[in-house]
Design a protein around this ligand. Sequence first.
Ligand SMILES: *[C@@H]1O[C@H](CO)[C@@H](O)[C@H](O)[C@H]1NC(C)=O
Ligand SMILES: *[C@@H]1O[C@H](CO)[C@@H](O)[C@H](O)[C@H]1NC(C)=O
Ligand SMILES: *[C@@H]1O[C@H](CO)[C@@H](O)[C@H](O)[C@H]1NC(C)=O
Ligand SMILES: *[C@@H]1O[C@H](CO)[C@@H](O)[C@H](O)[C@H]1NC(C)=O
Ligand SMILES: *[C@@H]1O[C@H](CO)[C@@H](O)[C@H](O)[C@H]1NC(C)=O
Length: 552
Amino acid sequence: KIRDKRPFVSRHLVMIRVLLLVALLAVAEARRPLFFNGRPKGGFVNGAIQRSQAAADLFPGQTLSNFTQKLDHFNPIDTGRWDQRVYYNPSYADKDKSSGQDIIFLMVGGEGEEPPKWSGDPKVQIMQYAATYGAVVYDLEHRFFGMSRPINDMKTESLRLLTTQQALADLAYFITVTNQKMGYSNPKWITFGGSYPAQLAAKMRSKYPELVAAAVGSSAPLHLQLDTYGYAEGVQQVLEATPITNSQGKTCPDLVREAFDKMQQLSLTREGRKTLNAQMHLDPPFDDNTNKHDIINMFANIYGTFQGMIQYTYDGRSEASKYNTTAAELCRIMNQEGKDPVDNVWDLNVYSAAVYGEELTSFANNYTAMIEEVKQTDWDLLGEDGASDRGWTWICCNELGAFQTTDSDTVFGSVLPMGYFFDMCTDMFGSEINATYVRDNNSASQVYYGGEDYFDATNVILPSGMFDPWHMISYFNTDESKNLITLKIEGAAHCSDMYPEYDGEPKALPAARQRIREFLTGIVYDADHPQKSASSLSLTVLIAGIVAKLLM
Ligand SMILES: *[C@@H]1O[C@H](CO)[C@@H](O)[C@H](O)[C@H]1NC(C)=O
Ligand SMILES: *[C@@H]1O[C@H](CO)[C@@H](O)[C@H](O)[C@H]1NC(C)=O
Ligand SMILES: *[C@@H]1O[C@H](CO)[C@@H](O)[C@H](O)[C@H]1NC(C)=O
Ligand SMILES: *[C@@H]1O[C@H](CO)[C@@H](O)[C@H](O)[C@H]1NC(C)=O
Ligand SMILES: *[C@@H]1O[C@H](CO)[C@@H](O)[C@H](O)[C@H]1NC(C)=O
């Protein structure tokens, strides 16, 4: 009898657990903003995606499998292994007959589940390049994101294994093993990435130049700046470049400044906060127990709406980024004359949520509740975006910084101080991860990777959109002698060069993609020995000089 009952009981338990999970996930959706610590749902370049487990989700020619990855590359006695997901697509493979070389593109996964598109969709630029150069394409999911889980949970002690150094070593080990397994002769690996993974793609050239021939890093925030106040300046630049017609001659930045001034003033008094409760539909409303974190959290989420629209403005990433979440639409809504500036901000939030398919009726405003969601350490309780938000914030607290404050003079006032992010690191990861830790680790990472002005690599191209606020911490020191090329793409946003082309896209994009192709042509066809051709050129110059001297 007991036996008969068990399945029934356990089935019930499973059902309760599933319901609980669904309820928790629903809550999670409600409390976290669409844009958390700079990261939109789905990650910086991917957009919202569907889990790809089924072969049906894959593109023709593409496979998804597991690579047996090392748990800890820097502990020689550690024998831990785990399954890292990797996409593989040999559709365009066309071994270059002239040199007998294998051209291999490696898309570097980032702070979210890796979607099939980068190694499957023929319209994205990496696949367009793969078709031209006959490249095999791999795409390796980043450790701790998507289904690539090195360890059972996301406790802080487990996250010690989530570092950029481990991620780079994952890529290096993957390349080494794949070269052997596939028997690649004279392989030429080229790493690609957008946003955070663009840093990794580029750093593969500085840290593992023997394995990787070249890197294409789109919108790579190579300066590991702790307090990234410049991001807000970047947003402001886009607003300044967006013309509007206003009967009082106000500009778009004027209108944004007016709204933020007003909201900041209101936040200072109890009466003012009541007004904000109503105008911003705050849930829960500010009351006598409201603390500074709740107030800053409201500003962080409002600022997030501005970030989410500007960062992808006019991108070919999705229909929304082409036509809806654009600087022009943002300025149009902020310029509804005759409406209160704070009401315009509310309208902007409603509009931006609607574009992502969500009907916004209230604005989540409980810092503690938000932190509780991303403080979970269980993969299932966190859910895909919760886990990615937690992992991404860990990388920022532990190494990168990249905290998007309003610590310089911009239209956003001073609503988002660095201290808020220090507290967030501690609240999410424990008392040990305090301001001293975050600052020291960020400094150590800058030293390890070369700091602000120093990036020592050859054969790297770094395109950046100038409408991408992250360009403020991109790297722009072109050095032709090292074939280290940086591109400023006017009017383009975050990673714009990676997406499919579309009619009406920013005018500077085709030329930028053409420059990337020239770079790739150089690598694929005659950059086998780039130093050699450079030095033989200087030898010629030297000989010519000597001859000239002798003739005089
Ligand atoms: C990859 O590994 C994960 C986790 O170990 C497993 O759930 C999944 O089924 C594996 N996928 C394939 C294609 O082997
Ligand atoms: C997005 O823009 C397109 C083109 O202007 C428009 O047809 C569509 O209704 C907009 N969608 C939303 C959600 O505003
Ligand atoms: C905020 O969330 C916390 C944690 O869930 C909860 O204890 C608290 O009551 C909430 N505050 C308000 C004002 O609802
Ligand atoms: C952070 O914690 C360390 C010890 O873990 C301590 O020495 C340091 O003073 C703390 N820093 C701050 C800003 O609290
Ligand atoms: C961060 O700091 C801790 C404690 O000092 C140290 O063990 C760890 O190696 C640091 N991590 C990085 C990536 O610098």
